[in-house]
Design a protein around this ligand. Structure first.
Ligand SMILES: C[S@@+](CC[C@H](N)C(=O)[O-])C[C@H]1O[C@@H](n2cnc3c(N)ncnc32)[C@H](O)[C@@H]1O
Length: 408
């Protein structure tokens, strides 16, 4: 189509007038980037999609509810012509040509003086892909996705070019499925020199790390005269002080029964920069993976996540089990397999119906995920009979039976 390839350029549009003609799907897709670029956007269109209307309501652009008229491009630096009226598009692009305003056209790329690349961003880099001779949106979008994903997960950047994050990153790895870590967590992992990992979390990701990365099993750090957690804190500090990029890879979210803040505090005391990357907590995702929503309209308007690592009658317990027994919402118990008999007994004694459904989801989101159903009255017996073992998330409440195939 084009004799010469398009000349790629980045327009700095802050405060500069951009005219957008038409407010349908094309404008809806392009407007967020123009808004992000700080352009002074004048939208001219009799109607708009609800999303575009919301942008106008939010003051992100100025909208004149009318059709294009000759002269509209007088103050424009750039124009996006995307009405459903071909004659109007032609007239507007003729005006753009006369006024030397670069314009893109949604209906006829040949008549346009500019093409929009497929764009994506990752950590301070904008990727913009154009095909050489003619616009090919599917192909450019696919290439853009591949490049952006590679940048985000760290697989595209050569190791010597990586900008390492100094200090320690406390990364929530999600419940176990390697796809359930955040993009940021995965990128930091790809940049790490040392990874200190828990038993829970996306262990498969460790196998992907290059051989020079030192992977340390947190459970195996010798602790001698220290507590295990202190030994982990010391190991984090030691490696960071040696100038390494350290990732502390934790299961779920670092701050949900993850002792993440203890590590962050120890690092702060040692003057070591610490980045916290949230993770998908097993408390919500593991029930979800087994078909259990922690809330459901008309069934549960609250859910409480509790630790069951000490029994309800243990003086170290900070959980008000009597209040939980009286509440109507969903109870999600972590680290509770060993104590579930005592927990169920306490909840029944406090007023929860013995027939309240209970589900135990073991090794959720992994290849060995398994769900075992019971009631408060039967759960102790069933856990033993079915040999349910940690890690498991226990869900107590009527939400257990709302999923397809589980209705009572
Ligand atoms: C020390 S807590 C850590 C929780 C984690 N920080 C989170 O947000 O998911 C460990 C408990 O989380 C639950 N857990 C974590 N991952 C799990 C998984 N994949 N399947 C079932 N339970 C899991 C279990 O109850 C386990 O005993």
């Amino acid at each position: 189509m084009a004799e010469h390839p398009a000349y790629p350029v980045g327009l700095r549009l802050t405060g500069r007038r951009v005219i957008v003609l038409g407010a349908g799907q094309v404008a809806q897709r392009r407007l967020p980037a123009l808004i992000a670029a700080g352009a002074d956007i004048l939208l001219i269109s009799p109607e708009a999609t609800p999303s575009v209307e919301a942008m106008a309501d939010a003051g992100e652009l100025h909208w004149e509810r009318r059709k294009y008229e000759h002269g509209d491009l007088a103050d424009a630096w750039y124009a996006l012509i995307a009405t459903s009226d071909t004659a109007a598009n032609e007239a507007a692009s003729a005006e753009a040509e006369t006024r030397r305003v670069w314009c893109v056209r949604s209906d006829d790329a040949t008549a346009a003086t500019a093409w929009t690349p497929a764009t994506g961003r990752s950590e301070g880099v904008t990727v913009a892909i154009l095909t050489t001779d003619r616009p090919d949106p599917r192909r450019t979008a696919a290439i853009r996705d591949a490049v952006v994903e590679g940048l985000r997960d760290g697989t595209l950047v050569a190791p010597h070019q990586r900008q390492k994050t100094p200090g320690v990153a406390l990364v929530g790895g999600g419940p176990g499925d390697p796809d359930l870590i955040t993009v940021r967590g995965r990128r930091l992992l790809a940049e790490a020199d040392v990874v200190i990992a828990d038993r829970l979390g996306p262990r498969d990701l460790l196998a992907e790390l290059p051989p020079h990365v030192e992977v340390i099993d947190a459970a195996k750090i010798p602790y001698g005269r220290f507590m295990a957690q202190e030994a982990i804190n010391n190991a984090l500090i030691e490696h960071a002080k040696a100038g390494k990029s350290v990732v502390r890879l934790k299961g779920g979210d670092p701050f949900v029964f993850g002792r993440g803040m203890e590590e962050a505090q120890a690092l702060a005391e040692a003057g070591i920069p610490c980045t916290v990357v949230p993770g998908i907590s097993s408390s919500i995702s593991v029930p979800g993976a087994a078909g259990i929503p922690v809330t459901h309209r008309g069934v549960a308007h609250e859910f409480t996540v509790v630790s069951g690592h000490v029994a309800p009658d243990d003086e170290r317990s900070l959980v008000d089990w009597t209040a939980l027994a009286k509440a109507r919402g969903t109870l999600v118990v972590l680290m509770g397999v060993d104590k579930i008999g005592k927990i169920a007994e306490t909840l029944i004694a406090g007023g929860r119906a013995p027939g309240t459904p209970v589900a135990l989801v073991q090794e959720g989101t992994t290849a060995t995920q398994r769900r075992v159903d019971a009631t408060l009255a039967t759960v102790a017996e069933i856990v033993t009979a079915e040999e349910v073992r940690p890690p498991a998330v226990i869900v107590i409440g009527d939400v257990v039976t709302v999923g397809p195939g589980n209705q009572r």
